[in-house]
Design a protein around this ligand. Structure first.
Ligand SMILES: [Zn+2]
Length: 412
């Protein structure tokens, strides 16, 4: 590393004073940070889904030069501009940890110039994992995955949850509101193991019963049109759940939400702020009797919150939960071929801002040398997102909700 810096400084002497000097912090330990000058340029572009038109905000775009990571995120229009040293680079493009959606693009950056990458500046975020969903009578997230974004997902049945080897073919499973009416204990156990082994789960509204079990679900599954909380005589009390693998201390809900649009809910997560372009959003509930979160454990982060009446509206666990303690790895990244690896990159000059990134294995050693480690920064095991709102409400859906559902799919 010392030699690299020396060479860089030597080059600067040779080249003389640069026309547009820019500073960056060399990839070294804090106490001997070296500041050098290099020839910088810009690369710009736009990231879209497989369908070619739907733009994707909050996607990570970065270049990795011997462990130096130059990273940005796409804006609300799916566009980015990244300042990097001149030269030929591999541009990494991925959402979340890079294990579901991942692309690369070869770029050439020239000093002091702005290069437009991709086909006319547009690059697709590719699906690199197998997704599955279980249908529900009140929700339809596969419509966004398949019809809107142009990705693919296979349908599973509730009975398929009895087959762990089948489940292991998929890196993420989406659970729609409106099923099931009953679950066997082995199904909950298999879902827990699935998560512990690095699979990711998304569940909406009443699909919380896949996670927490619900002693009331059998008697209430016939209707989802309760407009008034007072009529919810069978509401769960956070004490008597049947089945499930999350305890009431981790997550407990009651079917007491009203049909409403919550205006000005707080967007807690910064990525989602970038998606909606602000700190607040409107959340539309098309049916009454939705599952209000009453207990939420420290295993979960709140993504969206109603500060008036309902509290957390969307939550996430990144695998820090105790049930993931048996996981062997944070994920191999990309397609599991061994050519790509997911690491927790700890910027040497900014150790409080770790980034989960998926990179070529050829670039791994430089990161290990400065203290980065294999696996997600969020810990082992898959991630879990639960939204109290529907993902495909009948009738009108607010643009805000739509945009973040797209984010949840690509960042699960
Ligand atoms: Zn690193």
């Amino acid at each position: 590393m010392k030699r690299k810096v020396s060479i860089t400084i030597f080059r600067l002497f040779i080249l003389g004073i640069l026309s547009t000097p820019l500073l960056f912090v060399a990839c070294k330990k804090d106490k001997d940070v070296a500041v050098v000058t290099v020839n910088m340029g810009n690369v710009q572009g736009k990231i879209v889904a497989e369908n070619g038109t739907r733009h994707l905000p909050a996607v990570k775009v970065f270049v990795d030069i011997n462990g130096e990571v130059y990273l940005t995120h796409t804006d609300t229009k799916g566009e980015f501009k990244l300042n990097v040293p001149e030269g030929e680079h591999l541009l990494y493009i991925h959402a979340g940890d890079g294990n579901l959606f991942f692309s690369t693009e070869e770029i050439t950056v020239k000093k002091g110039e702005t290069t437009t990458a991709g086909d006319g500046g547009v690059m697709k975020l590719r699906q690199v994992a197998n997704l599955a969903y279980i249908s529900g009578s009140f929700d339809n997230i596969q419509s966004i995955i398949i019809d809107t974004l142009g990705y693919s997902a296979d349908e599973l049945t509730v009975q398929d949850l009895l087959d762990p080897s089948l489940l292991s073919n998929f890196q993420a499973i989406f659970l729609n509101c409106g099923a099931p009416e009953s679950m066997e204990g082995a199904m909950y156990q298999n879902l827990e193991n699935y998560l512990s082994n690095g699979g990711s789960l998304y569940a909406s509204d009443w699909a919380v019963s896949y996670l927490t079990g619900d002693g009331n679900i059998k008697s209430m599954a016939h209707k989802h049109d309760h407009e008034h909380p007072d009529h919810m005589s069978h509401a769960k009390n956070c004490t008597s759940s049947l089945g499930g693998f999350l305890t009431d201390d981790m997550l407990c809900t009651q079917k007491q939400g009203s049909q409403t649009t919550i205006s000005g809910a707080s967007v807690v997560h910064q990525d989602i702020q970038n998606v909606v372009g602000g700190m607040t959003m409107n959340v539309y509930y098309n049916l009454g009797g939705w599952d209000v979160i009453r207990n939420l454990g420290p295993e979960f982060d709140v993504l969206i919150q109603d500060n008036q009446n309902y509290g957390p509206l969307a939550v996430r666990s990144n695998g820090l939960a105790p049930w993931a303690s048996g996981a062997t790895s944070g994920g191999s990244g990309y397609d599991g071929s061994g050519n790509w690896v997911t690491i927790c990159h700890i910027p040497p000059g900014n150790p409080n801002n770790p980034q989960t990134i998926t990179i070529s294995v050829n670039a791994l050693q430089a990161h290990l040398d400065h203290g980065c480690y294999v696996g997600s920064c969020g810990g082992s095991g898959g991630s879990l997102i639960y939204t109290t709102f529907h993902n495909y409400p009948q009738g009108t859906v607010s643009q805000d909700t739509y945009d973040i559902l797209q984010y949840f799919i690509t960042n699960l």
